[in-house]
Write a protein that binds this ligand. Structure first.
Ligand SMILES: [Zn+2]
Length: 203
């Protein structure tokens, strides 16, 4: 990695579970393993600081936070784009993805044993049946399903909505911004001030 302000984020209150380091993600491939990056959560030091500020709440509520994506090497983003070459699925270029700047995280809360709380969808709206459809080039059902990932989706159960809204309130009160179409995605709002970070097969 270049000489940057990114730091490796590790803390017992957080579960590092990068979805693109495993096969059960929408691409069906462990892209972070394929490029030699692995299951690591690098973030800009300002993001790390905001995540650490969540700890008193996590302790009080007896929760942990699962991090399913953080910094994403641009070469990994490029690979994701090649595997699913469909506009609107991933940011059009690494430059446009918060993740490639180290300023975004994809997260959910879990109980103290690491079981995800109940949300309207999985992170990334992942489900194996949609992954298979998408691999076949059929996006129709998945795009309908994606509506459930929005913050304004109201057809979920009360508990799912409560958990989604709690996460949003928590993250926003600790300096993160949300985006309306992905309940799991949080970033620092002025990410344009943070450069994209290259990663070249070594740290
Ligand atoms: Zn994200």
């Amino acid at each position: 990695m270049e000489n940057t302000d990114l730091v490796l984020f590790e803390n017992p209150h957080f579960i590092i579970d990068m979805m693109y380091a495993r096969e059960n993600n929408m691409t069906g491939r462990p892209v972070y393993m394929e490029i030699g990056y692995g299951n690591k959560a690098y973030v800009h030091k300002n993001v790390a600081q905001k995540l650490l500020s969540l700890i008193p709440v996590l302790e009080e509520k007896q929760y942990k936070m699962r991090i399913c994506d953080a910094y994403r090497p641009p070469i990994a983003h490029q690979k994701l784009l090649e595997i699913i070459p469909r506009a609107g699925f991933f940011a059009a270029t690494p430059m446009r993805s918060n993740h490639c700047h180290g300023t975004a995280v994809d997260v959910c809360l879990t109980d103290i044993n690491g079981n995800n709380l109940d949300y309207p969808t999985q992170i990334d709206a992942y489900e194996d049946k949609y992954r298979k459809q998408v691999a076949d080039g059929n996006f129709d059902e998945f795009f309908v399903h994606l509506k459930k990932a929005r913050h304004d989706y109201t057809e979920a159960t009360d508990l799912q909505i409560e958990n989604r809204d709690f996460l949003k309130k928590l993250m926003e009160s600790h300096g993160f911004s949300s985006i309306e179409h992905e309940w799991w995605h949080y970033n620092i709002s002025d990410f344009a001030n943070y450069p994209m970070v290259q990663w070249e097969n070594e740290l």
